[in-house]
Design a protein. Structure first.
Lengths: 74, 704
């Protein structure tokens, strides 16, 4: 399975499942829900975090958090 | 006139605070929620028929909270007996990301609390060419909806009309059916909790089941009982939260599919373009450090003028009053105690106002979230969270609001470490101490390369504070054990022009609370200090005076010398002198004498008292020739020698002491409140003061 962490900046994918229960609660409230379109915009200056774009908003998350989001490439 | 208690609720970045400020203006006050220091902003205003009390609750994404301030909403809304339980919720949503902002609204609908849904930021929405079709949304929510733009004031009148209407037609603001249908496990648990606590609403009871471990209105016996319900019903907390949220989203996606019509042409997003520069790998940090440099430069250079005006007017008024009032002890108390103390408080206002002005702009524009995102990784390495950056930057003004801002950090350990190290960042109270001591140490004209040496020394002290706080954080990272998971997960809002009304009200609020809290302490301290320095054990003061008079005659001192000699002998005999002499042996290895000892003692209440204490001790006010404390201190000699007391080694030692020591009662009080125990306040006090003592000791012994 591919995760959000494996996405390169500029690539777009569809959110499928979540691997981590606790992270899921927080991802959902920020609009990262199954079937949402998600794009990795860039990585943070000192590494460790990524900047993602959803339909209407932008979200920052750690790489460990991104690894729990399973995706399907568009 | 009816009275109505309304609460503003919405996601972070929904424009909730702007609406609050627009509705209430200056008629707002900040207090605390019971038991926590989370700010509670209450404003009041009148509509045609109703006097409204409006509570601005912290922004949250759902009733499944992550951090201390988000927990407030769930604990108010599940407790009908709470003093903040509203008659009406004004729910603010950003119409530009409707689906996400509606999640919390659907939760509140299920609580059956009257709700008015306000779709905010319609101007931005329409400027992008979007079209809004309200009918399906109204059909789905089944409660009144107002479209508004809080920035321009559009829709405000309609909101006020609803506030007049709610007491007459309460039921049109309540959705009849539930949106989310409880599962068997949830329903059973909810029924049992309803019976136990006499709660009426199923969904409220279910939420209590989710949050029973931290809801502060529950009794211990109730918690134990709820735990057993949860066990027997197989109520899986996190799984059920996810299940509920997913189900709400699924229903909403279906219901909202025709509400927003987006134009086909997708224009490049300005925020995305800006972030290409602002969060760029190299430019990003560069821009951040330049911004910080500019802000702190502004604080020093711009604030200097109003500070001088404030000081001079206080001195002028004090001098005039002194001439007009009779020469008596109460005049002395009034001028040298109270008036001087008040001046010591008010003189900080320009610096605090300027810093909070810039911080408010950074926050309002959306820049602060980018800082959190960029520095999260570095902060993680020393045991902090990206969100700690906000607190550490605020600490540059004052540790108190900084510690209070840590409530956005969800992870307890990261939050605790941030609280512990925040007071090590040089706050504005250290500025006057540093100013005086650096000026004593380094002549103003000295240059290091092209830089002003005094300015460089200032910079070095700031860097020292930042560096030390990171080192201490790293130590605490390994010392404190915690199993809690830490998250970044942060929304990066669209950049927007700061709204000046919001910025102004924020600065006003911060300055007001500084004057109120720090002001009280400084006033008390200055009066206590004045009394200690003016009185002594019976007979001792008279004896000191007689001895001094004898010396003055035998050595034929002139008037100025005579007065100085008399004052210093009297001080030595006073209670303050006795106290200073008592601690002198402990501080002698640091290069300090008993007079500095008095300043150290009073500074434990608040650092900024230092300069005022020095002024009192050296009796600067009554000494015509010496206008400033610094000039007077430069003429002080180490007792029994002809060497200056404030030489390089002593000044360095004092600087380090003030850099590290925990000399602020208000900070300790806030630490105690935020960590809910004396333990961490005591640890903070001890580690900082020991660090201060040891480094002062080391540097003095090495340099002397």
């Amino acid at each position: 399975v591919k995760t959000l962490l494996q996405l390169k900046p500029g690539e777009v994918a569809i959110v499928k499942h979540f691997a981590d229960l606790e992270a899921t609660c927080k991802l959902l409230t920020l609009g990262i829900v199954p079937n949402a379109k998600i794009e990795v915009v860039r990585k943070s200056p000192f590494g460790g975090a990524i900047y993602v774009k959803l339909e209407n908003n932008f979200v920052a998350m750690r790489e460990s958090e991104a690894a729990s989001v399973e995706i399907e490439m568009l | 006139m009816n009275s109505l208690k309304a609460a503003l609720i919405g996601n972070p970045n929904s424009g909730k605070s702007t609406l609050f400020n627009q509705l209430t203006g200056m008629r707002q006050k900040t207090s605390n929620f019971p038991g926590v220091t989370v700010d509670k902003k209450i404003g009041s205003f009148n509509t045609e028929k109703t006097s409204v009390e409006l509570i601005d609750l912290p922004g949250t994404y759902s009733l499944f909270p992550n951090s201390t301030d988000e927990k407030i909403i769930a604990s108010v809304l599940t407790n009908e007996k709470s003093e903040d339980y509203p008659d009406l919720i004004i729910y603010v949503a950003d119409v530009n990301s409707l689906e996400r902002h509606m999640l919390l609204a659907t939760q509140i609908l299920d609580l059956k609390i009257p709700i008015l849904v306000v779709l905010n930021m319609i101007d931005v929405f329409e400027s992008k060419g979007n079209e809004l079709n309200l009918d399906p949304l109204a059909k789905y929510l089944q409660v009144p909806i107002v479209v508004c733009d809080a920035r321009t004031g559009k829709g405000l009148d309609e909101i006020k009309k609803h506030l007049d209407n709610v007491s007459l037609n309460k039921y049109i603001y309540i959705r009849k059916e539930n949106i989310y249908h409880l599962t068997d496990a949830e329903l059973q648990t909810a029924e049992q909790i309803k019976n136990l606590l006499h709660v009426e609403n199923n969904y409220a009871a279910k939420l209590i089941g989710h949050h029973h471990t931290w809801l502060n209105f529950l009794k211990v016996a109730d918690i134990i009982q709820i735990k057993s319900y949860i066990g027997e019903n197989n109520f899986e907390n996190i799984k059920l939260q996810i299940n509920e949220t997913m189900s709400r989203y699924a229903k909403m996606q279906f219901a909202l599919k025709d509400v927003v019509k987006t134009p086909q042409t997708t224009q490049q997003n300005l925020t995305l373009k800006l972030d290409g520069i602002i969060t760029h790998k190299i430019l990003g940090p560069l821009i951040f450090f330049s911004l910080m440099f500019i802000i702190f430069q502004a604080i020093f250079s711009v604030a200097e003028y109003p500070m001088t005006w404030i000081e001079n007017s206080f001195v002028y008024v004090g001098d005039v009053a002194k001439k007009m009032l009779p020469q008596a002890w109460y005049t002395d108390l009034l001028i040298n105690g109270l008036w001087a103390g008040l001046s010591g408080v008010l003189v900080f206002i320009p610096q605090i106002a300027i810093l909070f002005f810039f911080l408010a702009i950074l926050e309002e524009s959306g820049y602060m979230s980018r800082v959190v995102y960029m520095f999260d990784n570095i902060m993680q390495r020393v045991g902090l969270n990206g969100r700690s950056m906000v607190a550490l930057i605020s600490s540059g003004a004052c540790a108190i609001p900084a510690i209070m801002s840590t409530r956005t950090i969800g992870n307890w350990k990261e939050r605790l470490i941030t609280i512990m190290v925040a007071p090590l960042i040089p706050c504005s109270a250290r500025i006057p101490v540093y100013t005086v001591l650096i000026a004593l140490m380094i002549p103003g004209s000295t240059k290091i390369g092209i830089f002003n040496a005094q300015g460089t020394a200032f910079m070095a002290l700031y860097l020292l504070g930042i560096f030390t706080s990171l080192v201490v954080a790293l130590v605490l990272k390994f010392a404190i054990k915690s199993e809690d998971k830490s998250f970044l997960m942060l929304e990066l809002p669209q950049y927007k022009k700061p709204m000046w009304k919001n910025v102004f009200l924020e600065v006003y609020d911060k300055v007001k609370s500084f004057v109120a809290s720090a002001g009280k302490i400084i006033l008390i301290i200055s009066v206590v200090l004045w009394s200690l320095a003016s009185f002594g054990p019976s007979g001792a003061m008279e004896r000191a005076e007689n001895e001094a008079q004898a010396t003055i005659i035998s050595q034929q001192l002139d008037d100025v010398q005579a007065d100085a000699h008399l004052q210093s002998k009297k001080l030595e005999a006073s209670y303050a002198g006795i106290l200073g002499k008592f601690i002198e042996p402990t501080i002698k290895p640091l290069g300090f004498d008993w007079k500095i000892g008095i300043a150290l003692l009073t500074s434990f209440a608040a650092r900024e008292v230092f300069v005022g204490t020095m002024a009192t001790i050296y009796n600067v006010n009554s000494d015509a020739e010496e206008s400033t404390v610094r000039e007077r201190m430069a003429k002080e000699y180490r007792s029994g020698t002809d060497k200056p007391l404030y030489d390089f080694a002593t000044c360095m030692s004092l600087l380090l002491f003030y850099a590290f020591a925990m000399q602020c009662m208000s900070t300790l009080a806030v630490t105690k409140k935020e960590t809910q125990s004396w333990k961490w306040a005591v640890i903070q006090f001890l580690f900082m003061t020991i660090l201060a003592y040891l480094s002062s000791f080391a540097v003095y012994q090495f340099l002397k």
